[in-house]
Design a protein around this ligand. Sequence first.
Ligand code: TNX
Length: 621
Amino acid sequence: MKRIVALLLLAAPFASFAQGSDPNLGIIPAPVSVTKGRGEFKFSPETMVLVDSPDSKPMKFFAEYLKKTDLATGVTDMSRLDKKPKSLKNTVVLSMNFKGELPPEGYELKITDDHVELRGHGAGMFYGMQTLIQLIHKTSPGSATIPCATIKDHPRFPYRGMHLDVSRHFFDVAFVKKYIDVMAMYKLNNFHWHLTDDQGWRIEIKKYPKLTEVGSMRAQTKVGRAAGPTAVPGAYDNTPHGGFYTQEQIREVVEYASSKFINVIPEIEMPSHSLAALAAYPEWSCDPTKTYKVGETWGSYDDVFCPTEETFKALFEILREVIDMFPGKYIHIGGDECNKVAWKKSEFCRQLIIDQKLKNEEGLQSYFIGRIEKYLNSQGVQMIGWDEILEGGLAPNATVMSWRGEKGGIAAAQLSHDVIMTPGSGGMYFDHVQSKSPQEPLSIGGFAPLEKTYNYDPIPSVLNDQQAKRILGVQANVWTEYIATPSKVEYMLLPRMLALSEVGWTPKNNKDYQEFAQQRIPGHLSNLEKIGYNYRVPVPIGAADTMISVKAAKYTITLAPSVAGAKIYYTIDESEPSENDMVYTTPLEYTVPSEGTVRFKCIQVTPAGKKSNVSTIMIQN
Ligand code: TNX
């Protein structure tokens, strides 16, 4: 109850959550330091944008950005000016060649009413540009303002990742690029591309064409929930689903991501989650006499790669082609959820355990991953695996992605291994539902509301300083069993990815959920809507995801839109609110007779017509 009152008091009236009142000027992720100045810089078609490295990735990006605006006509190469400008008045200076050090990926941005100056190297310059773009407020055609301020900024963690599962449902190159675009806007720098799984193999391998000819298509998909009270036993959709990326398309995505300072990490799952590969090449299984088909249901399967020399040879050849497509230093090999049923049944595996002096099948998993790591390292690549790769002994140089809580990450850091935190329990599973409202779309289970994601801290308190340095950063995952369309991916991604962005970038002490949700989020959601992203419309500020209940004889309801420009509609007659109902504009006071109840129900409708779930405030006396 106390919390609810506090929330209502915090809910600011309309005007004051303009970005001006936010100490971070509305910037997401909140920077390391923001010193507000007085006044603003006026950006007009006469403004000159001066750059010192026009051929660099950031400058090309900014030139492209300007083309889409009616502001400055383009960028000007400073070295080509006949003489140095006497004054910098009405210029935006973007410089990468300067003396002095900045922290990795850091930048400094100084905005006065006279001119704007941004300094940073490589990624730092690019991130400074993202901040600058967020600060440009369009006022009228051909003009915009930027609030005066000095910003010094750099990330808390070097690894800030988003994952996308394209196996359970396939998403085309155009959508993958759109996903990369929004990651870059929020200073994320690693795209973990989950390319293979039981239900589909999505990357062309020249040496093994059947991987995509056979493995990229499933005949049908089991509909509805696989388990639980709403399971639909035995129902299938009778519709083939599939698709894959050619090597050329993969290279195109990698290059596109790199132009936005995003490294792409491919994941090729082994030894488990490999049914699609076995459907194409049953000889890599422990029982080649069986027929395998690409997975048609969710969950994990017993059939996995068999650790024979033939399988290793094929996997090395596959990985070699993968390495050629992905210039980054990491390859993810999965390693999760191998239940070892097929290995236990296999005569070959039993003998291998004896020959290799392994303890059991866990030892075999460790042997498997160890050989793969040795190969990858010999090719100059670092291996990442899910935390199951700790079982039976961790491969010597592996980086661990901790998903089953933080346990695996903690153990790996204590063993001096690098770690990426992505615990489902920490709100990092964006396939989990965002609220308890019955109006949420079908999802896999698990609960990850925005606040939970926002408040996650990737450094577990049990680690000492030395071990904490092993936490490279954080990632959130979008598994797509129950996400079949791009618009649903965006619904699950946004706004939680904005919370992730502050988890990975913002110094812990600068984080503040109320400030984030009430002062920063509204402007960002309306912008994302304008540029064509779907997102989950939160309930209004001051309302709760499902219901707030209060006991009072007199009570004032104070709300504010959580998407800039949205309207709040309400009813008090117990009907479901719609655009035909009353519009909330000012705090509403209700008196409730003894034994009486007021049921205030509201929805929020955004400028583009997207709706929030219904939220109820029940006042009982
Ligand atoms: C577990 S996270 C899996 C995935 C599922 C996911 C669903 C991980 C390494 N394995 O195969 O898609 O849960 O939340």
